[in-house]
Design a binder for this molecule. Structure first.
Ligand code: AMP
Ligand code: MG
Length: 295
């Protein structure tokens, strides 16, 4: 932030941004937030919504504004050392988890932020209870931690690919709610995003990976095999979201066919959540105005 620029946390938005600024109390609620106890049907949820914006350029100023808010609020969260933020990102393959991380967290102090990407569990991880590898990566006080995939894989891929019997994965919904409630009681604020793309959009993204040499590294034939299970994954996501959207760890189902709109919704929700946490710089030592630093 330039020296004399207004503080993005407290300053009023610039006039052109004011129309799109929203109150910080209940982030994107109930638009994309899944109300606890109110079941959603993914088939009824928009993937292509963009609130009337037509192009990336339409949202640039607003996205920049929310990123600045995140950067400024993260500095306070880190200094405060009392609470933390856990952000869970889940999506179908190509759904945009990596892109969201790259675009939403630009400019954030790397010292206060960690990203953990969870792949198929190692032999050691598999030899523990399913939550073990996630719990040890949860944020310490002051930190923002992003889970790129998460404990939800253990009721998603694990269910779809029948890696454990049904009674085992079903019991995990309760285990997940208890786990998240424990974290919440210990001052971890939890935000969960399901980046909701359509099957057609996934086809376009897989084709783009095939066509662009710079994207070849992202293409995996494994994704094509998983695509054949699209309906099973949708059902697993729907059930997981419905079973685990709680007041202390809400799910946001983000329309994600337009990457720039997805980024806007995620940035806005995170900035509003951080603002509602109202992190404060710790009190300064007394008498700082009388201290002279010796030569
Ligand atoms: P990617 O995120 O594209 O690198 O892929 C990671 C892979 O790890 C995906 O195919 C996931 O389904 C898989 N994965 C992540 N967590 C688990 C888990 N708990 N059990 C089995 N597979 C998993
Ligand atoms: Mg992948």
């Amino acid at each position: 932030m330039p020296k004399n620029a207004p503080d993005p946390v407290t300053a009023a938005a610039a006039p052109e941004e004011q129309v799109v600024d929203r109150p910080a109390q209940k982030p994107d609620h109930p638009r994309y937030c899944v109300e606890p106890g109110v079941a959603i049907r993914l088939a009824d949820m928009s993937t292509g919504e963009s609130e009337g914006y037509e192009a990336k350029s339409d949202v640039k100023a607003e996205l920049d504004h929310h990123r600045e808010r995140i950067v400024a609020l993260q500095a306070r969260l880190y200094a405060e050392q009392r609470r933390s933020l856990l952000i869970v990102l889940q999506a179908m393959d190509t759904g945009g988890k990596d892109g969201a991380i790259k675009h939403v967290f630009q400019g954030i102090n790397p010292q206060g932020c960690r990203v953990w990407s969870f792949k198929a569990p190692s032999a050691e991880e598999s030899s523990h209870d399913f939550l073990w590898r996630y719990h040890r990566r949860t944020p310490s006080r002051g930190m923002i931690t992003i889970f790129n995939r998460s404990h939800y894989e253990d009721v998603l891929v694990v269910r779809v690919k029948r890696l454990v019997p049904e009674d085992v994965w079903r019991a995990r919904y309760e285990a997940i709610r208890d786990f998240e409630r424990t974290l919440a009681r210990e001052n971890v604020v939890i935000l969960k995003f399901f980046l909701n793309i359509s099957k057609d959009e996934q086809k376009r993204r897989l084709e783009a990976r095939l066509q662009d040499p710079e994207k070849h590294w992202k293409f995996s034939s494994h994704d094509l095999k998983e695509r054949a299970f699209w309906d099973d994954y949708q059902r697993a996501f729907e059930d997981a979201v419905n079973a685990t959207s709680t007041a202390y760890a809400p799910w946001y189902v983000v329309p994600a066919d337009k990457k720039w709109f997805r980024n806007l919704v995620i940035a806005r929700t995170i900035a509003d959540t951080l603002q509602s946490m109202d992190p404060r710089f710790p009190e300064a030592e007394e008498g700082l105005d009388t201290i002279v630093v010796p030569d």
